[in-house]
Design a protein around this ligand. Structure first.
Ligand code: TXA
Ligand code: MG
Length: 347
């Protein structure tokens, strides 16, 4: 029995928010919007509460959760120390779509960090998320509010699809502006390293830090083991099989049309993910644009919506165009590549 709480962003109803905060205080589970994707929250200081998250999502227990805080000072009790570089990025990017990994203290239950000595922390910018965490008066553990393996939810409807009946409450509060999850940055020592590309890009981090590396496992180097446990799982997958086609525009559209014909001859329903600029190449197919290729913010905001929208069609094979892997393009292609199970065709 899930309580559905609708919140108007323009006029956040205090009493409604209080109901959700009370559930968190009593170690229940509440899904809520953040600027990246919807999260499924629970009291991060309670083992019992945290376990309900893993249950509801069907999440593997070796994949640690992000702890969300309402004020910068709230980090103090959760981590052993805050290095100067971490302070600098917190000042520059909090509240916002950046998660930092530091050595944890003992107050956090084992299951949050899946036995690691480190914890991932983020201070979200979304007014509903910020208010909820503040009112709950505890740090809030929150993975994305999807069933494990599915595309992350960026609208209230997505959350209802996945979690209605499995959690204590769902706050519905509009579409998520960023649309891909936060950047996870390891700051436990040595060169700060991006474990998951996201809303805060490497280029942005380099304005504040002298050096930023990218986890070798993300670059697809052979034998590399991801430091962020979550990156090893199949993820973001719609029901259809996704293939990414990469290369220069004309070659890509030609290849996609050729593949579409081949699959159709096999009796398969085909969908295409393209951009506003390339729509004109295709006809008849189930076609979804992620927006203009030159506006990466729009593409990021549309990505999971488009993947989920295909689940409402009969499409069995999706052929997807790619963006360049710079700036937000890194996060976009990271998610799309995982949705495709690493099936990439170069032309
Ligand atoms: O934008 C976001 O980060 C969203 C919203 C709800 O805040 N949350 C989110 O959580 O994406 P989740 O659980 O879906 O992804 C957390 C990622 C996983 O890849 C996990 O492995 C990694 O963060 N992570 C968590 N704790 C870690 C740690 N101590 N060391 C390395 N990676 C960690
Ligand atoms: Mg997730």
């Amino acid at each position: 029995n899930t309580m559905i709480i609708e919140i108007d962003l323009e006029n956040i109803a205090e009493e409604e928010m209080r109901k959700a905060a009370e559930i968190l205080k009593k170690n229940g589970t509440v899904a809520f919007p953040t600027e990246t994707v919807y999260g499924l929250g629970a009291n991060a200081l309670s083992q019992e509460a945290v376990e309900k998250i893993f249950q509801a999502k069907g999440r593997p227990s070796d994949n640690p959760l992000i702890v969300h805080i309402a004020k910068v000072e709230d980090i103090k009790s959760l981590v052993k120390q805050v290095p100067m570089e971490a302070e600098a990025v917190m000042r520059a990017f909090w509240p916002g779509p950046l998660t930092i990994v530091l050595e944890k203290t003992e107050i956090l239950p084992e299951s949050i960090t899946a036995g690691l000595s480190t914890v991932a922390i983020r201070m979200p910018a979304h007014p509903i998320a910020a208010k909820l965490i503040e009112m709950a008066e505890v740090p809030v553990a929150a993975p994305s509010a999807n069933i494990s393996g599915r595309p992350s939810p960026t609208t209230g409807k997505h959350v209802l699809e996945d979690l209605k009946g499995r959690v204590d409450a769902i706050i519905i509060g509009g579409s998520c502006e960023v649309g891909v999850e936060s950047t996870v940055l390891d700051m436990t020592g040595g060169v700060p390293t991006i474990l998951r590309p996201g809303g805060i890009t490497r280029e942005m981090l380099l304005k504040v830090l002298d050096r930023v590396e990218v986890d070798t496992a993300l670059k697809g180097e052979e034998g590399a083991v991801p430091k962020s446990p979550g990156m090893k799982y199949t993820h973001y997958a719609p029901k259809a099989q996704v293939y990414i086609v990469k290369g220069e525009e004309e070659g890509v559209s030609k290849k996609i049309k050729q593949l579409a014909n081949e699959y159709k001859q096999q009796g398969k329903e085909v969908g295409i993910i393209c951009f506003d600029e390339t729509r004109r190449y295709y006809d008849k197919e189930v076609l979804k644009s992620m927006g203009s290729r030159n506006e990466l913010k729009t593409v990021a905001a549309n990505l999971f919506k488009v993947l989920r929208a295909f689940d409402e069609t009969k499409v069995e094979v999706i052929l997807a165009e790619a963006v360049e892997e710079v700036e937000l393009g890194q996060a976009i292609m990271n998610r799309l590549t995982k949705a495709a199970g690493y099936r990439v065709i170069y032309v």
